[in-house]
Design a protein around this ligand. Structure first.
Ligand code: NAI
Length: 261
């Protein structure tokens, strides 16, 4: 627990499921006030808001598409109107869809880029504008992926969006470091959330994924949420422009694990 987080205000995008849900609840345990953003799962988002309150924080569920500028404005406005500030912007919403690159349409490419990369641009820059206006030394945390550095056939839009997020966050970190605003990425590996539900239900697919994880375990959402809490906290006050991989070693070239090569 990070005592200084008590009462601070966060927005978590895509928080009705998976990692966003776990992070919102963890922020609740830290007694933070959380805007629980959702795209279309209103019932689930309201349940998450209740869980945040039950954990000791405060929360409101707010609909919004992170790739739509007016919706992101509305999220920031909600934090201001409901809780009077914004200290932590957690850009978590994201999507993926398997398509061989030579079959990918421009529409399919644009969709993933607009949610994952443009959505993170909008959330980050609008949160920073708010923090500057209100003289808040805040923390922007962007949910990237191991695919920020690991190429991923059939997911060229996704890997490109996460690779772009690396430079987006580093550039913003450099630009606003002098104002005390920190910008960092979290890079999860394979975590047990709805985005992977189908893949992990298939034993062969699951074993293939496990073979790429040196720790030989699929990660759990709370193992990512604890890193979000750290990056939000003052314990990370000198950490900016970096990606914290939470991947059981997936980015360590697992094929070299046996010492061959
Ligand atoms: P998830 O599918 O449960 O969560 C994604 C959330 O984003 C959903 O709640 C969805 O409704 C929301 N969303 C999608 N488009 C949106 C939009 N336009 N506006 C607002 N919300 C939108 O899956 P998960 O795993 O929780 O994913 C969260 C983030 O973590 C994503 O950015 C994903 O790329 C990233 N990630 C997940 C990994 C994993 O193994 N689960 C690994 C690496 C990265």
């Amino acid at each position: 627990m990070y005592n200084e987080l008590e009462g601070r205000v966060a927005i978590v995008t895509g928080a009705s499921t998976g990692l966003g849900k776990a992070i919102a609840i963890r922020f609740g345990e830290e007694k933070m006030k959380v805007v629980v953003n959702y795209l279309n799962k209103e019932k689930e988002a309201k349940e998450v808001a209740d869980l945040v309150k039950r954990a000791g924080g405060d929360a409101v569920a707010v609909q919004g598409d992170v790739s739509v500028e007016e919706d992101v404005d509305r999220l920031i406005q909600s934090a201001h109107e409901q809780f009077g500030a914004l200290h932590v912007m957690m850009n978590n919403a994201g999507m993926q869809k398997e398509i061989p690159s030579h079959e990918m349409t421009l529409e399919q490419w644009n969709k993933v880029i607009s949610v994952n990369l443009t959505g993170t641009f909008l959330g980050s820059t609008k949160a920073i504008a708010y923090m500057l206006e209100h003289k808040i030394k805040g923390s922007v945390i962007n949910m990237s992926s191991v695919h920020e550095v690991v190429p991923w056939p059939h997911f060229v839009h996704y890997a490109s969006s996460k690779g772009g997020m690396k430079m987006l966050s580093q550039t913003l970190a450099l630009e606003y470091a002098g104002k005390g605003i920190r910008v960092n990425n979290i890079g999860p590996g394979a975590i047990n959330t709805p985005i992977n539900e189908e893949k992990f239900a298939n034993e062969q697919d699951r074993n293939e994924v496990l073979s790429m994880i040196p720790m030989k375990e699929i990660g759990e959402p709370d193992q990512v949420a604890s890193v979000a809490a750290f990056l939000a906290s003052d314990q990370a006050s000198y950490v900016t422009g970096t990606t914290l991989f939470v991947d059981g070693g997936m980015t360590l070239y697992p094929s070299f694990q046996a010492g061959k090569g």
